[in-house]
Design a protein around this ligand. Structure first.
Ligand SMILES: *[C@@H]1O[C@H](CO)[C@@H](O)[C@H](O)[C@H]1NC(C)=O
Ligand SMILES: *[C@@H]1O[C@H](CO)[C@@H](O)[C@H](O)[C@H]1NC(C)=O
Ligand SMILES: *[C@@H]1O[C@H](CO)[C@@H](O)[C@H](O)[C@H]1NC(C)=O
Ligand SMILES: *[C@@H]1O[C@H](CO)[C@@H](O)[C@H](O)[C@H]1NC(C)=O
Ligand SMILES: *[C@@H]1O[C@H](CO)[C@@H](O)[C@H](O)[C@H]1NC(C)=O
Ligand SMILES: *[C@@H]1O[C@H](CO)[C@@H](O)[C@H](O)[C@H]1NC(C)=O
Ligand SMILES: *[C@@H]1O[C@H](CO)[C@@H](O)[C@H](O)[C@H]1NC(C)=O
Length: 473
C-alpha cells in the first residue's frame, strides 16, 4: 500500500517534470554537434535572464570553417554582457524575443567571427546602440573590427541611430530596422546608414517614415534590395534613383499612395522584381509607369483593393525588349484590361484572380487570341464578374462568337481615355494650339498688310490674287 502510493507519487513527479520540460526547459543549454564543422547551442525557451558561460562542449568544434549557431530565442535576458570566446569561422547568435534594453561595451569582442546577430523583438532604444558595443579587441592602440554581416534590429524601440554605429562593422551586408518607431530619418541616422557602404539589403518596413532624403543612399553603392512597406509614403521616394544602378528588389506594400505614374520608378533600370501590394488608396496606374524598369522580370501588383485602372500605355517603350516573365494582378478591383497593355504571349506566368472582370471582347482577345489563358497557374483561373450571363464562368471558358473577327486592325484600334491626360500634357496641348493660332494671326495680319499696301500703291497694276480659302477648299 505504502509502496504503491510512493510509486504513484514518483510517477506524478516524473510526468509533471516531463510536461514542464515540454514547455520551458531550465538549466544548461542543449548542444548538438552535427560534425566537426557544425555545432548548435540551443538555449531557447529556458527562462534564462542572464547569459550563461558557454558549456565545455563548445570547444569540441575543430573544423577551420566551422559554423556555430547559438540561440537564446524567447527568454527574458535584459542585459547583453561580454560574451565568452567561441571557436569557429562563422558564428551566428540570436537573442530574438528577449527583454534586452542594455548592451555592454565590447559585448562581442571575443567573437571576432560573429557574422550574424539577431537582436529583434527586444526593448532596444537608439541610445543603447553605440559603436562601442561592436568594437573588436583593442590592439596596437586601436579597436579592431568585427566580421558582422547580418544585423537584425527589427521590432525594437529605435527612433534614431548613432552616426558611428557601424564604425567597427565594415562588412555589414544586411540590416533590418523594420518595425521600429523611426518616423523621421534624421541627420545622424542617415549618416549611420550611409556609412555602411557594403549594405546590400535594407529593411525599413513599418518604421512610419514618409520620406528618404537623398543623402541616405549616397554611400550605398551595393544596395540590391529594399523593403519600404507599411510606411507613410505618398509616392515612391525619388531618392531611390540614386541606387538605381544596383537595386534589384523593391518591396513597396501598404503605403498611402494613390497613383503610380512615369515618375514613380524613374532610374530603376536594373530592378528585377517589384512588389506593389496592399496599397489601399492606389486606384490608378498611369501611362509609362513601368517604362523605366528595363530589366524587370517579376511584377507583383496585387491586393490593391481600389486599383481599377491600368493605362494601356503603362508598359510603353518596353515591348521591343520585353524582359517580364511573371505578372501578378490578383485581388485588385480591375474589370478591364487593354488588349495592347503588354505582349501577353511573352509571359510565363500571369495572375488575374480576385478581380471584377468584365468578360468582353477585349478580354476574350487577350485570353484566347493572345494566349494569356495558357499562363495561369493550375487552379488559379480567374472568373468573370460581368456581364450577368457570364458571371461565375472561367474567363478561359468564354466563347468569342459574338465578338468581331479578331484581326490586327481591331487590336490596334486605340481607345483614348481622359484619365491618360496629365497636367503637363494638357499644358503642352494648350501651348500647341496657342502657337498655331498665333502663327495664323500673324500670317493673317501680314497678308492684310500686303493687300492694303498693294491696293494703295499699285492700284493701277493688274494683280491676280489667289484666294487662299478657295484654294484650300
Ligand atoms: C548544421 O546542422 C543543422 C542541423 O543540426 C543543419 O540544419 C544546418 O544546415 C547545418 N549547417 C551547415 C552549415 O552545415
Ligand atoms: C531548442 O530547444 C527548445 C526547447 O527545448 C525546443 O523547443 C526547440 O525546438 C529547440 N530548437 C532546436 C533548433 O533544436
Ligand atoms: C515566448 O514564451 C512565452 C512563454 O514563456 C510565450 O507566452 C510567448 O508567446 C513566446 N514568444 C514567442 C515569440 O514565441
Ligand atoms: C549589465 O551588466 C553589467 C555587467 O554585469 C553591469 O555592469 C551593468 O550595470 C548591467 N546593466 C544594466 C542596465 O543592468
Ligand atoms: C570583410 O570582408 C573581407 C572580404 O571578404 C575580408 O577580407 C575581411 O577580413 C572582412 N573584415 C572583417 C573585419 O572580418
Ligand atoms: C471596386 O469597383 C467598383 C466599381 O467597379 C466599386 O463599386 C467598388 O466600390 C470598388 N471597390 C473598392 C474597394 O473601391
Ligand atoms: C468551363 O467549361 C467546361 C466545359 O465546357 C465546363 O464543364 C465548366 O463547368 C466551365 N467552368 C466554368 C467555371 O465556367
Amino acid at each position: 500500500m505504502y509502496s504503491l502510493r510512493g510509486v504513484i507519487v514518483i510517477l506524478c513527479a516524473l510526468l509533471s517534470a516531463s510536461r514542464a520540460q515540454d514547455d520551458v526547459k531550465k538549466g544548461p543549454c542543449d548542444v548538438f554537434i552535427q560534425d566537426v564543422n557544425n555545432l548548435t547551442l540551443n538555449c531557447s525557451r529556458r527562462n534564462i535572464d542572464r547569459i550563461p558561460a558557454w558549456p565545455e562542449e563548445i570547444h569540441k568544434i575543430a573544423g577551420k570553417d566551422a559554423c556555430v549557431l547559438i540561440t537564446f530565442f524567447n527568454n527574458s535576458i535584459t542585459n547583453v554582457t561580454e560574451l565568452g570566446t567561441v571557436p569557429g569561422n562563422k558564428i551566428a547568435i540570436s537573442f530574438k524575443s528577449n527583454r534586452i534594453k542594455e548592451i555592454e561595451d565590447d559585448a562581442f569582442k571575443n567573437i571576432h567571427r560573429l557574422v550574424y546577430l539577431d537582436l529583434s523583438s527586444n526593448r532596444l532604444s537608439g541610445d543603447v546602440l553605440r559603436s562601442e558595443i561592436f568594437q573588436g579587441p583593442y590592439k596596437n592602440g586601436v579597436y579592431s573590427e568585427i566580421s558582422l554581416e547580418t544585423l537584425n534590429l527589427g521590432y525594437n524601440q529605435i527612433h534614431s541611430l548613432d552616426k558611428y554605429l557601424f564604425q567597427y562593422t565594415p562588412n555589414l551586408t544586411r540590416l533590418y530596422l523594420n518595425n521600429n518607431p523611426i518616423e523621421i530619418l534624421d541627420h545622424v541616422t542617415i549618416l549611420a546608414i550611409s556609412s555602411a557602404t557594403k549594405l546590400e539589403v535594407l529593411d525599413l518596413a513599418k518604421t512610419d517614415i514618409d520620406a528618404i532624403p537623398l543623402e541616405t543612399f549616397r554611400g550605398l553603392v551595393n544596395l540590391k534590395q529594399i523593403d519600404l512597406s507599411g510606411n507613410q509614403f505618398l509616392t515612391v521616394p525619388e531618392s531611390l534613383s540614386l541606387v538605381g544602378s544596383t537595386l534589384q528588389y523593391l518591396t513597396f506594400n501598404n503605403n498611402p499612395l494613390v497613383e503610380l505614374n512615369d515618375d514613380s520608378f524613374l532610374g530603376l533600370s536594373n530592378l528585377l522584381e517589384l512588389e506593389v501590394g496592399e496599397n489601399n488608396y492606389l486606384d490608378e496606374v498611369k501611362r509609362s509607369t513601368f517604362t523605366p524598369l528595363k530589366s524587370l522580370r517579376v511584377l507583383h501588383l496585387c491586393h490593391n483593393k481600389k486599383l481599377k485602372y491600368i493605362s494601356h500605355n503603362a508598359f510603353r517603350g518596353l515591348k521591343e525588349k520585353w524582359t517580364l516573365k511573371e505578372v501578378y494582378l490578383d485581388d485588385n478591383n480591375l474589370s478591364e484590361l487593354s488588349t495592347d497593355l503588354l505582349p501577353w504571349d511573352k509571359l510565363e506566368v500571369l495572375g488575374m484572380t480576385g478581380n471584377n472582370w468584365l468578360c468582353n471582347c477585349d478580354l476574350a482577345n487577350i485570353v484566347t487570341k493572345q494566349n494569356a489563358g495558357s499562363k495561369f497557374k493550375p487552379g488559379e483561373i480567374p472568373y468573370c464578374a460581368a456581364p450577368m450571363r457570364l458571371s461565375g464562368a472561367y474567363i478561359t471558358n468564354i466563347t468569342v462568337s459574338f465578338c468581331p473577327q479578331f484581326d490586327t486592325t481591331f487590336a490596334l484600334k486605340k481607345r483614348f481615355s481622359v484619365s491618360d491626360l496629365r497636367p503637363k500634357h494638357v499644358l503642352w496641348s494648350i501651348l500647341g494650339v496657342g502657337t498655331v493660332v498665333g502663327i495664323g494671326m500673324i500670317c493673317g495680319l501680314f497678308f492684310n498688310f500686303i493687300k492694303a499696301f498693294f491696293k494703295k500703291n499699285l492700284r493701277s497694276q493688274p494683280i491676280q490674287y489667289v484666294n487662299i480659302n478657295d484654294d484650300l477648299a
